[in-house]
Write a protein of this length. Structure first.
Length: 94
C-alpha cells in the first residue's frame, strides 16, 4: 500500500527538501498534489480531492517525525503491564 508514493517521495526528497523544507507534501502516484503548512491542511486537501482513496502525506525534513495517530488518540497505549518486569539474559521473564 502506497509503495509507489513512498518510492516517489524518496526519489524526490532531495529536491523537495531544498525547495520546501518544513512543509507538508501530498503525493498520489508519482505526482506532487500539493504543499501545505500543516498536516491537518494536507489531510483535508487530500481527502477533498481523493475521498477514501489512499494518498501519501509527509513532512519534508531531514529527520522525519514519527506520528502514530492511534497512540495520539488514545486508542493504543505505549505502556505495558509487563514494563516493570525485567528480562533475564535468556529472554525469560525474571
Amino acid at each position: 500500500m502506497l509503495d509507489v508514493e513512498r518510492a516517489y517521495y524518496e526519489k524526490m526528497h532531495g529536491d523537495l527538501l531544498s525547495k520546501y523544507p518544513g512543509q507538508i507534501v501530498v503525493i498520489k502516484g508519482q505526482e506532487v498534489i500539493g504543499l501545505f503548512h500543516t498536516i491537518q491542511e494536507a489531510l483535508t486537501g487530500g481527502a477533498r480531492r481523493f475521498g477514501m482513496q489512499d494518498f501519501l502525506v509527509r513532512e519534508i525534513s531531514d529527520s522525519p517525525r514519527v506520528s502514530i495517530p492511534a497512540l495520539s488518540l488514545g486508542l493504543l497505549r505505549a505502556d505495558s503491564p509487563f514494563s516493570n518486569q525485567r528480562r533475564t539474559p535468556e529472554g525469560a521473564m525474571g
